[in-house]
Write a protein that binds this ligand. Structure first.
Ligand code: SAH
Length: 367
């Protein structure tokens, strides 16, 4: 019986209203009260919701529950960054990272157990892919961080943890609605960022359905190099990807796409690459975020020297493209970009230890 109770965590407002109406014959304002309890006050127990009638609470607990993931480990970095490992089932674990800064607190969340995109410089890719996270598992990361941190300290949410969020579109979009909802986490669209390796059809879809800030993992200024670093490029090459990005920005009046560019020593960090990039992005609604490569065991890449990164940035800036260098946070606890490994049982069909075409590993087909 317990297994059939609906998990209310992350249900978008309209669905929660429909749920209380059809299952409990309750008015929509009951759903709104529930949301305040769940997200503002962090309640997971109906019994604690004291302004709801006793009857309603006991009826609720028969048909519904609020189930959050379990924290199995926490690590705190010297710089204050925190990383939680969350249990998703008996074997799987994902990671969520909180990055405090003087003027904001950013929560970096995961969208999948592992990842199927197979980017050659990312440690999550080495784990393989297991499954998509549910809406409750995505929202649950924020719920838990809220509980652990106390209120009002999460000012930004970024989908830059494990997984490719646009490959889990079905669950990521409802989760984002709860982040934006004023009875949910009440964040503005600019403070919720979806980062993607470049799933072009889903970028168009997102432009129509849920306009949050967009970050795109570019990492190379030409297709030859990007095919190698970000294999989905073979399916959706740079020109196609950029067209989708400009369309996305057209739909949301005047903001810009943040392009992420990992700095790999001797691979994509030469002055020539910076000039090619400037040609692609000049005059466009684009910002570039240069990410010093973060090491992980078994990688063949090295971080570009600081001087090369500074020079790269200067060439871009001199050529009319805004570029900034991302400060590395939490690398002493393996919480930096691309270091999240979690605990993943790879379920992709073939894993030969060599590069596979992205089509063969497309996450939607692998369940
Ligand atoms: N799947 C999403 C989210 C990935 S993580 C995406 O591809 O955008 C967020 C950023 O960290 C991405 O830009 C990713 O390419 C980058 N990244 C991955 N591995 C990295 C590493 N080892 N060092 C630095 N950045 C890395």
């Amino acid at each position: 019986m317990a297994g059939e109770r609906v998990n209310l965590l992350g249900l978008p407002r309209a669905e929660l209203e429909a749920f209380v109406a059809t299952r409990l014959g309750a008015k929509p304002f009951r759903a709104r009260q529930l949301m305040k309890w769940i997200y503002r006050r962090g309640a997971a127990d109906f019994a604690a919701m004291t302004d709801l009638a006793q009857d309603f609470r006991s009826q609720l607990s028969e048909v519904a529950r609020i189930a959050v993931p379990e924290i199995v480990a926490e690590q705190v970095s010297n710089d204050g960054t925190r990383k939680w490992m969350l249990r998703m089932d008996e074997v799987q674990g994902i990671e969520t990272v909180y990055i405090p800064e003087p003027d904001r607190g950013t929560l970096c969340i995961s969208s999948q157990v592992g990842c199927a995109m197979d980017c050659s410089f990312c440690s999550t890719a080495q784990q393989g892919f297991n499954r998509n996270l549910s809406v409750a598992e995505i929202v649950g990361q924020v719920w838990l961080a809220h509980r652990e941190l106390g209120e009002a300290r999460i000012t930004n949410i970024v989908f830059m943890g494990m997984g490719e969020p646009l490959a889990n579109y079905r669950n990521v979009v409802p989760a984002m609605r709860t982040f934006l909802d004023d009875l949910g986490y009440d964040l503005s669209r600019r403070r919720v960022t979806l980062s993607t390796s470049g799933l072009v059809p889903q970028i168009y879809k997102l432009a129509e359905e849920c306009n949050v800030a967009l970050a795109v993992s570019l990492h190379a200024p030409n297709d030859e190099l990007r095919n190698e670093l970000v294999p989905i490029n073979r399916k959706h090459p740079i020109a196609e990807l950029l067209t989708a990005c400009w369309h996305y920005i057209d739909m949301q009046n005047g903001r810009s796409v943040t392009f992420e560019y990992v700095m790999l020593d001797g691979v994509n960090d030469k002055p020539e690459h910076a000039r090619q990039l400037a040609k692609l992005l000049k005059g466009r609604p684009a910002k570039l975020n240069l990410i010093p490569f973060n090491m992980f065991p078994g990688t063949r890449y090295r971080r570009s020297p600081a001087a090369a990164i500074l020079k790269f940035r200067d060439i871009l800036n001199d050529n009319g493209v805004i570029a900034t260098i991302r400060r590395t946070r939490g690398d002493d606890i393996d919480a930096a970009c691309g270091q999240l490994a979690g605990r993943v049982t790879d379920r992709t069909l073939v894993r030969l230890g060599t590069k596979l075409t992205p089509v063969a590993r497309a996450p939607a087909e692998v369940r």
